[in-house]
Design a protein. Structure first.
Length: 100
């Protein structure tokens, strides 16, 4: 696409910025529009890659935490059984209270 057929409006408040982008686009052998869109795409995909890398690292840490041996905060079988019994007792009391 030639510079005379503009697909998007390019307005720069800073003439030096426009000159720098025009020079970079000319050096790359592309139009200013293509240069700007390519730069925006490159930046967006870099942000996406950084997010995905962080997400993968987070998943790895989470997986390692779940694969670790049970800690003192994990309930034992006896503790789970006691909690279930207490829950049943509470449920029965509430049913009796509602029936009255």
């Amino acid at each position: 696409m030639s510079e005379s057929k503009k697909a998007m409006s390019l307005r720069f408040p800073d003439p030096a910025q426009q000159a720098a982008i025009a020079a970079a686009a000319k050096q790359a052998g592309v139009s200013m529009q293509e240069y700007i869109l390519s730069a925006a795409y490159d930046r967006a995909t870099a942000v996406e890659r950084r997010f995905l890398d962080g997400f993968q690292a987070s998943m790895a840490r989470s997986g390692a935490a779940f694969a670790a041996e049970p800690s003192s905060v994990d309930p034992t079988a006896d503790q789970r059984a006691a909690e279930q019994e207490a829950r049943r007792d509470l449920d029965q009391r509430q049913e009796r209270g509602n029936a009255a």
